[in-house]
Design a protein around this ligand. Structure first.
Ligand code: UD1
Length: 344
């Protein structure tokens, strides 16, 4: 089995993907600068898989670091996760987002081209569909960026399409994630956001462990079954397995750049997710319905049939599984990978 370079392998999705790659027999080399992750995630990956990860602390935008890494290993493929991902932060610091997210893509692609390692799985996002007008969303939907974070993903995809058109050695799989939630079922690996979480599930779970007073539900007057917005939540382990599936079919794919939606195909409202969480936690989550959040879409869910057919992958974990596993992690590790005192 070949060696896979995982950039950002200590992060939330990256670390879960490392566990599944190691379990599938791949050797894994991780580069991570811990900008938004912890070395403890890699310790957990090794403990859970019973295998070693080769690790380099460094930045994907740093050319000498990357060249050194590629000169030491013969990578069969790269999975590129390393990126900033906070939408609000991207709006106040767009240049930092472009420099990091697009800069790292350029650097990585140049080194891959130089060394002839031309198999890439890219961590993209359903954010590239912007405010989609039609659901479920398939890969032919119009692409649009509605904030600098989203634009950094869209521009990265476009750079990859241009490169594939110019260099027929390249095979690039663009994985467009819907809303990743959940944790490894062991409860030893999970999401550990820094500062106040922007996303629904980590915020809700921090309320449940008493780190925050109550959940603000953004918007109760959407034209949906209960008035709250609809998203396609996907278990992070299903998402991780999507990367293993993508690597598994790379040989069969034509050269070029191909997008795949990784979602369940089922939309859930905010209140449905809260209810599923309350059932596993065993008590009510204090919440208040407040005004809509700027930039939010009413309903977003995937048509994952292309990934189902071509990658031979399907999400199998439901909302209950996602809440159970996220709660297992959060209740065992109320402060994530930090023992305390609490981050604010
Ligand atoms: C957000 C990003 C998206 C990114 C994704 C990563 C925005 C506009 N979009 O998606 O680009 O790819 O995270 O997972 O930020 N909600 C509450 N209360 C909260 C937090 C969220 O009610 O405290 C609601 C939101 O209004 C939304 C749903 O929960 O309806 C999901 O929100 P969130 O988890 O932030 O994900 P997205 O906004 O879908």
């Amino acid at each position: 089995m070949s060696t896979v370079l995982v950039t950002g392998g200590a992060g939330y999705i990256g670390s879960h993907t490392c566990v599944e790659l190691l379990g599938a027999g791949y050797d894994v080399v991780v580069i991570d600068n811990f900008a938004n992750s912890s070395p403890k995630a890699l310790e957990a990956v090794e403990a859970l898989s019973g295998r070693k990860v080769t690790f380099l602390e460094g930045d994907v935008s740093d050319r000498p670091t990357l060249e050194r890494l590629f000169s030491r290993h013969d990578f069969g493929a790269v999975i590129h996760f390393a990126a900033f991902k906070a939408v609000a932060e991207s709006m106040s610091e767009p240049l930092r987002y472009y420099a990091n997210n697009v800069g790292s893509v350029l650097n990585l692609l140049e080194v891959m081209q130089q060394t002839g390692c031309c198999n890439l799985v890219f961590s993209s996002s359903c954010t590239v569909y912007g405010n989609a007008q039609v659901v479920p969303i398939d890969e032919t939907a119009p692409l649009e960026a509605v904030n600098p974070y989203g634009r950094s993903k869209l521009v990265s995809e476009e750079i990859m399409r241009d490169l594939c058109a110019a260099d027929p050695r390249f095979k690039v799989v663009l994985l467009r994630y819907f809303n990743p939630v959940g944790a490894h079922p062991s409860g030893e690996l999970g999401e550990d956001p820094r500062g106040i979480p922007d996303n629904l599930m980590p915020y809700l779970m921090q309320v449940a462990v008493g780190r925050r007073d109550k959940l603000s539900v953004f918007g109760g007057d959407y034209p949906t079954r209960d008035g709250t917005a609809i998203r396609d939540y996907i278990h992070v382990v299903d998402l991780a397995l999507g990367h293993v599936a993508a690597l598994g079919v790379l040989d069969e794919l034509e050269p070029g750049c191909q997008p795949f939606n990784l979602g369940t195909g089922t939309g859930s409202t905010v209140l449905e997710l809260v209810q599923a969480a309350q059932r596993v936690i065993g008590r009510p989550i204090p919440l208040e319905i407040v005004g809509r959040r700027d930039g939010d879409s009413v309903a977003v869910w995937a048509d994952p049939s292309r990934a189902n057919a071509v990658l031979r992958w399907r999400a199998t974990r439901n909302l209950h599984d996602m809440c159970r596993d996220h709660w297992n992690w959060q209740s065992k590790h109320p402060y994530g990978f930090v023992d305390g005192p609490p981050r604010t």
